[in-house]
Design a binder for this molecule. Sequence first.
Ligand SMILES: O=P(O)(O)OC[C@H]1O[C@H](O)[C@H](O)[C@@H](O)[C@@H]1O
Length: 287
Amino acid sequence: MPESGAAWRLEEFRGQPCVGLHLGEHDSVRVALHGAQVLSWVAHGAERLYLSPRAVFDGHGAIRGGVPVCFPQFNDRGPLPKHGFARNQRWALAAEPGGSAPDALRAVFRLQDSPASRALWPHAFTLELELLLHPGRLDLVLTVHNTGAQALAFTAALHTYLGVAQVAAAEVQGLDGAACWDALSGERSLQRGAIAFAGEFDRVYAAAAAPLRLAQPGIAPLEIAQSASWAQTVVWNPGALKNASLADMPADGYQHMVCIEAAQVESPIALAAGAQWQGWQRLSVPA
Ligand SMILES: O=P(O)(O)OC[C@H]1O[C@H](O)[C@H](O)[C@@H](O)[C@@H]1O
């Protein structure tokens, strides 16, 4: 274990088994085995993720909030259930969590193909989500391993719900000039300036080379970086109307979240038999 005060433990949250990583008093992460879904990330004492108070924890459906892992399909762009099946299945801890550096904790979750996954998608695979918790920083590393004898192809995302005090006052910086596809209008254009939110927003951006920033008045900004292996970044907020159609969101839920997703949406990743792919997202509160 790293410095004193660092620990991991099995926890229960809303009836679901979870793993908690705790680095001292002020940094922690909680992950449900269902979907290996991160439900909470506390950085320097402040929660930075949004988890809907109406999220359903039935061990079957998707949990609204935190960091859903979308695999092997992004959204409804294909024949599989929306955002694939990985967020709807029980993952396992790959090994006992522990210290990875003097001031860091690491946990790895694993999902392998099963009769349930093969009924939907006829491929052999191992999916791993590695979490590295540092003071003020969380790294999420997704690895896809084709363990079968046939090639496979997938799209995916780390569908991160970031918490905001008031979405109308929040801004996403760092995508100025990026090519974007508006999922609402179908139009392609270039982003001009920072992203602000005044209604439903659902856009797929060509990923930027430098980290993005989520800026809010009076709150330390959050930096969001992703590996170059993800071609896109998705930015989503349902706005009031779409929010009202989401049974697992409270009426004001959309005001308190912005999704910034490291994603591979437009061209599937092809993996030959035995090949691996890795993509990460890093969330940090700059010192
Ligand atoms: O409601 P879900 O299946 O979790 O999807 C939530 C959202 O995910 C992504 O951000 C997509 O770009 C949106 O179009 C979608 O509405």
